[in-house]
Design a protein around this ligand. Structure first.
Ligand code: SF4
Ligand code: MG
Length: 315
């Protein structure tokens, strides 16, 4: 709810604060139990910061995170540690997030030890069980991260996130570093796990084609804000925001008869330290008017839960 993460820019002659980067600037959304919400946008749009703020791996500057009715943002450090059992994260680069000096058994056992769960024998049993769940074998437990392929390492990253039986997984570009052929295997695994374990996903990606099949709903972010959010079906068949249309026009369609107007965006993404006035997309939007340059469009439901922040649409 109204989540913000601002980073001060320090520098200047006296080393004081000279500005602020609004990495996440007033973002509100809901993830329903058992669904996958995709969060998409170019790098630097604030999607990872949003995901990490939910788990307070990054402390939000303002706003609230409500999880099962509990205000996560108000929890003490100790209460937050307990809450993390229910909210876990899978990172883009599993290699960077797996300790190279520990074997897989030790890596997977660690969250259980931290949370004081089970006896040593019970924990090791759980490791074996979880390796099977993610499609690896128990003999992998004695191996080290460098002995695995990228796809296997991501399976280990997923297994580690699942060790505490969480309810919510924030998946931060979990397949972006993998070969395309391996991507679909990992996506399929994640979908199977969701069905079997009743998981809820916030699935972050920079590519609309990746989130298409896994997401029930998709939010599109631009410069720290969500500009459009609707069901996956609606977003792909009836995108409203000019930015979403541009992103979608870059995605190859499997249907050779589908004619999609190719939208070329002008210019680069503006710096989040100095975002444009009004609608922050106006510097690149083919439909920009005076109103767009002056007034920030509200993020509103224009019908059936299709949210968009653009002056072209009124509820
Ligand atoms: Fe384009 Fe204006 Fe809509 Fe922004 S508000 S996306 S500038 S038409
Ligand atoms: Mg990121």
């Amino acid at each position: 709810k109204n989540l913000k993460k601002y980073y001060p820019i320090t520098g200047g002659i006296l080393g004081g604060e000279v500005g602020v980067v609004k990495a996440v600037d007033d973002v509100s959304f809901t993830v329903k139990r058992g669904e996958t919400l995709g969060l998409v946008g170019e790098s630097g749009c604030g999607k990872s910061t949003t995901g990490r703020s939910l788990l307070r791996l990054i402390e939000p500057t303002a706003g609230e995170v409500l999880f099962d009715g509990v205000n996560v943002t108000a929890l003490s450090a100790d209460e937050m540690r307990k809450m993390r059992r229910h909210m876990q994260i899978v990172f883009q680069d599993p290699f960077a997030s797996l300790n190279p000096r520990h074997n897989i058994e030790k890596i997977l056992e660690e969250p259980l030890i931290v949370h004081g769960i089970g006896t040593s024998a019970e924990r090791k049993r759980k490791v074996q069980e979880m390796l099977e769940v993610v499609g690896l074998s128990s003999y992998h437990a004695r191996r080290y991260p460098h002995q695995f392929s990228g796809g296997q390492r991501q399976r280990i990253g997923i297994a580690r996130a699942l060790m505490l039986n969480p309810k919510l997984i924030v998946a931060d570009e979990p397949v972006s570093a993998l070969d395309v052929s391996i991507q679909s295997q990992v996506l399929n695994l994640m979908q199977d796990l969701q069905r079997d374990l009743g998981l809820t996903y916030l699935f972050i990606a920079h590519d609309l084609s990746v989130v298409r099949h896994i997401s029930d709903r998709v939010g599109v972010m631009y410069l720290g804000r969500i500009v459009e959010l609707t069901t996956s079906t609606q977003l792909y068949s009836n995108p409203l925001h000019p930015y979403t249309k541009a992103l979608l026009s870059a995605v190859p369609t499997p249907d050779p008869d589908a004619v999609r107007e190719r939208v070329i965006l002008q210019g680069d993404v503006p710096s989040p330290a100095n975002p444009p006035s009004g609608c922050t997309f106006h510097t690149r939007c083919p439909h920009a008017t005076e109103e767009c340059r002056a007034v920030r469009p509200a993020f509103q439901d224009v019908g059936d839960g299709h949210f968009v922040a653009c002056h072209l649409y009124k509820p």
